[in-house]
Design a protein around this ligand. Structure first.
Ligand SMILES: Cc1cc2nc3c(=O)[nH]c(=O)nc-3n(C[C@H](O)[C@H](O)[C@H](O)COP(=O)(O)OP(=O)(O)OC[C@H]3O[C@@H](n4cnc5c(N)ncnc54)[C@H](O)[C@@H]3O)c2cc1C
Length: 500
């Protein structure tokens, strides 16, 4: 029997499974879909933001992401004419130089100088590329993945939870995590509330061909919506502010996409071929809790919102980083069960904030003279570095503080990129998912305090941070405890509550 059943082998389920494995648990991933369905779901591009990159760097996954991005951009450039290829290369340059930091409602967040914010990487890739990188990683860790397994019900018993599959079989485990996307069966079966606001817009992205692509503007933000033909060759995207999609399940047809392009552009184009498409909306909802006993939720199963601004995947991947080590330690009996409640306590407010900023971004994309004026005003404000950095931190998740008001300002924050002299670089120290106690003063007292705890203790110097004496870093890269001097108050408690 596995320790944890992860329902859904999308990006969030895969990362969670790997994190559970690193924490010493035995997860099993049950995935309903087959390979072609995955490729179709990955239409459009996915921005991997600053905080997610910092987190994935801890597991050595940013190298493969950089290679995937380069491959993708080579392909995108090759499929364009010379002007388009220059545009693609220009975007890649901004990413590689660490100057592109995403956008807010289509208003670019771009820096003049490389990386003034200390969050180096940002990637733009296809979702199936990310999923392949994660599949390779979890397979290497020995996590079993079972595809073609649709979970239809979840039954919680006193000592275990059972996933019932469509073929009539079942799998039991101590815990079950629903990473099964926005329409989560797990969430519904566990009767976890999902309040929010209904859709007001419909986005469509399709692999399609037009009889005369030159007849419409390649990138249009007009009075009836948005049209884009230029970002990914062969893909056409529209957004209409029409009250949300009437149809959610039926496969998209050429006639549907053609009608949408005609409405947005006002041009009578003809779609000659359509090889699949996806619809999305700004239906914005969040689970009332991310844990109900033995059942937990992560990723889109816990929160949905418009993809404008590119944050849903990032939010979910960071849920997985937060939950993985906690659930791994709890299921092995090494940490108190109360640690699991810190998952909702820490991640729910972060999700709430993303829901708020994506609603604001949808408002900014609407047609109309007033919104156009608002965009201009906000564009001016974003030219001011301090304002731009505030928005950049918000959409990149780099302003997250899990423990506001702590005794030390670093506690609750992601560990800063400390330049350690005499030790392995910090991200590499966390590669195997173990907590790290960094001692910057060579103190015997700190080493003694760590004796017998599940942490790697590292003694190093960090001349740039002479006001920092020691810090305890969780497996997800966040600081659990820090001190500016020899005072170790709070360290023993930090070991206890985190199960280190
Ligand atoms: C056009 C578009 C562009 C986007 N761009 C971005 C972006 O730039 N940045 C960003 O951060 N986000 C973006 N998003 C959002 C992002 O795609 C999602 O937030 C992300 O896919 C969520 O990952 P997940 O693993 O939680 O869910 P999913 O990717 O939905 O994966 C869920 C998995 O669970 C499986 N499953 C479902 N039900 C069951 C069941 N009953 N039993 C077993 N398995 C099941 C599914 O087959 C699937 O594999 C975009 C979305 C769209 C539509």
């Amino acid at each position: 029997m596995p320790d944890v059943v992860v329902v859904g082998g999308g990006p969030v389920g895969l990362l969670l499974a790997g994190e559970l494995r690193l924490a010493g648990a035995d997860p099993l991933v049950l995935e309903a879909a087959d390979e072609p369905a995955r490729q179709l779901r990955g239409l459009g591009l996915r921005g991997i933001n600053g905080r997610t990159c910092q987190a994935l760097r801890l597991r050595g996954l940013t190298g493969p992401l950089a290679r995937a991005q380069e491959e993708l951009f080579d392909r995108l450039a090759a499929d364009q004419g010379p002007a388009g290829a220059d545009q693609v290369r220009g975007l890649l340059r901004l990413l590689v130089e660490h100057r592109a930091k995403g956008h807010f409602g289509g208003l670019p967040l771009v820096e003049d100088q490389p990386d003034p914010l200390g969050t180096a990487d940002q990637f733009l890739i296809k979702q199936h590329q990310l999923e392949q990188i994660l599949v390779d990683w979890v397979t290497g860790l020995g996590v079993p993945l079972r595809s073609g397994c649709r979970v239809v019900d979840v039954v919680t018993e006193e000592t275990e939870v059972r996933a019932l599959l469509a073929d009539g079989s079942s799998v039991s485990a101590a815990y079950l995590v629903g990473c099964d996307g926005g329409r989560s069966t797990v969430r519904k079966q566990a009767r976890i509330g999902f309040p929010g606001t209904p859709a007001t817009m419909t986005g469509r992205t399709a692999v399609a061909e037009l009889a005369d692509p030159g007849a419409v503007t390649a990138s249009l933000h007009g009075p009836r919506g948005l049209l884009n033909l230029s970002l990914v060759p062969g893909e056409i995207a529209t957004i209409e502010f029409d009250g949300g999609p009437d149809e959610r399940d039926a496969p998209m047809t050429a006639a549907e996409m053609q009608a949408s392009i005609r409405r947005v552009s006002g041009v009578d184009v003809t779609v000659t071929r359509l090889a699949g498409g996806v619809r999305y909306s700004d239906n914005t909802r969040q689970a009332t809790t991310y844990r109900q006993g033995r059942v937990l939720l992560a990723g889109d199963a816990a929160h949905v919102h418009s993809p404008i601004g590119g944050q849903g995947l990032n939010l979910g991947l960071q849920d997985a980083m937060n939950l993985g080590w906690k659930l791994g330690l709890v299921v092995r009996g090494l940490a108190p069960e109360a640690l699991l409640d810190t998952y909702t306590a820490e991640r729910h407010p972060v999700g709430e904030r993303v829901l708020r900023n994506t609603r604001a971004q949808v408002a900014l994309m609407r047609p109309g003279a007033q919104v156009a004026a608002l965009r201009e005003v906000l564009g001016e404000a974003l030219a001011v570095p301090a304002t731009r950095h505030h928005f950049t931190a918000m959409v990149n998740g780099t302003d997250i503080d899990y423990a506001p008001g702590s005794a030390h300002p670093l506690t609750g924050r992601f560990a800063p990129p400390l330049e350690l002299t005499g030790a392995t670089p910090l991200p590499d120290l966390l590669r195997d998912g173990r907590a790290v106690l960094v001692d910057l003063t060579g103190s015997a007292q700190i080493r003694d305090a760590a004796e017998g705890h599940r942490v790697r203790t590292v003694t190093a110097r960090c001349p740039a941070h002479d006001a920092l004496a020691a810090l305890l870093i969780r497996p997800d890269g966040y600081v659990a405890w820090a001190t500016a001097d020899a005072n170790l108050t709070g360290l023993a408690e930090a070991f206890r509550i985190h199960g280190f």
